[in-house]
Design a protein around this ligand. Sequence first.
Ligand code: TNX
Length: 529
Amino acid sequence: MPVELIPLPLSVSEHSGAFAVSADTVLVAQGAATAAAWLLHDALRAGTGHALPVVSDSGGAPAITFVVDEDPTLRFPSTTAERYRLEVRHDGATIHAAHPAGAVRAVQVIRQLLPADTLRAAPVTDTPVELPCVTIEDEPRFAWRGVMLDVARHFQPKEFLLRLIDIAALHQFNVVHLHLTDDQGWRLEVPGWPKLTEIASWRTETVVGHARDNQGSDGTPHGGFYTTADLKEVVAYAAARQITVVPEVDLPGHVRAALAAYPELGNTDAHKPVATTFGVFDEVLAPTDESLRFARDVFDVVVDIFDSPFIHIGGDECPRTEWRQSATAQARAAELGLADVGLLQSWFTSQFADHLREHGRRVIGWDEIMDGGAPADAVIAVWREFSLAAKALAAGHDVIVGPAEAVYLDHYASDDPREPLHIHGHLPLETIAEFEPVPSGFAGAERDDVEPPGQVLGVQAQLWSEYLPTPKAVEYSAFPRLAAVADMAWTSAENRRRHPVTERISSHLVRLDALGVNYRPLSGPHPWQ
Ligand code: TNX
């Protein structure tokens, strides 16, 4: 059987035969290689029941050997840090990498090379599992391979975040972006601002409609938040898999939940509850010192919890309506010398970027932060339409490509009327499989690391959760389409053309089955979600 991997490595040479992984196999690793060996240990213990020892010397036993010759100049995000070579022979396997990240990527490939049943938590088996003999030389096309989960519209249990991280790791993603705040909920604790978790994390009704459709709600309360300890656990779990958790606090728009807790941060005297419908609301932060103090307190706790070099400040869909109607906002704009109150968003973005820069972090914002100008070091997360990627690159920004037309997994997977309720149009797997994320005219813009600026850092899928109330619903929307995004993000353009992901997807479903993923069948929608 030819090896069918998702994503597809740069080069795979298949040899005859296999290495039999049994209870006698040892995992050899030292120093920087040890973490990857333990990751494989955990995977094999779950899948075979055997707890293979991690040792510094095989003592002649059949071994999977990890060698990490660390190059200290490598840093995230960088494609070179994730480079690895995997060689499987009849008598053992060896992994070579120059950074622990590369060794962890090799572990994920081993998980895919083993029989899919090994991904299932299984009782102890005395039958060895076969790792086919191969030589793989690999490195990702893009340094940023992300998946965003919106935990604001619907709160998801911490256990599901861990599960999603593990499944993302199997697909060689290296970023999990958590959209932690929005109009319908606030999901983290901030010292000094207790009402965020007492009030802003909860809504009294579950949303079933869309603001644009004027639909109502069914009256069921919904909400939740992660404790600081929960989030630190999520960050550590991801770090063990060489995944960075990128937090997003969406400001200055999409703040109805925060304003329900602290109405004094808003522009009007209206005290509205946490939103129970979806859409774009007029309520935004007032451009005051108190709002800046709030944002600084929030970002201070965010940088304490998350070690990501990038912090997402949101910045999408921020209507100017309230600023135009507010004398205070107009006075502030005049005092700042802004030609128009609309430029207050740019002012907010620069304030956040300055503050985060003091913490050694860079801001990411949705593409609207370019309107009126964004700080030169801001990364633009392109979502409204792909053409904005070229615009952002031309302006010298680093770019994360995540447009609705190519990677919005909250859209319908097909136009079949039996698809469960989703948002907007439909995005079939084939469209994702064919999408080329580097805009024409910018060929080669993905090859390097963070320097120089003006590059495509990578690709990111979004899972907005207006209509994804449960882990099962998230999995249904995410899979198998997320596997096609993984291939777009990792696999070289040439390999994608020669071996389309659509030809490898059926064999991959066996892996998703073993993991118990509630994926949408290729043949059409489930009658359930
Ligand atoms: C637009 S994408 C939004 C989200 C919605 C999404 C639904 C973006 C930055 N803003 O608030 O959830 O559409 O597809």
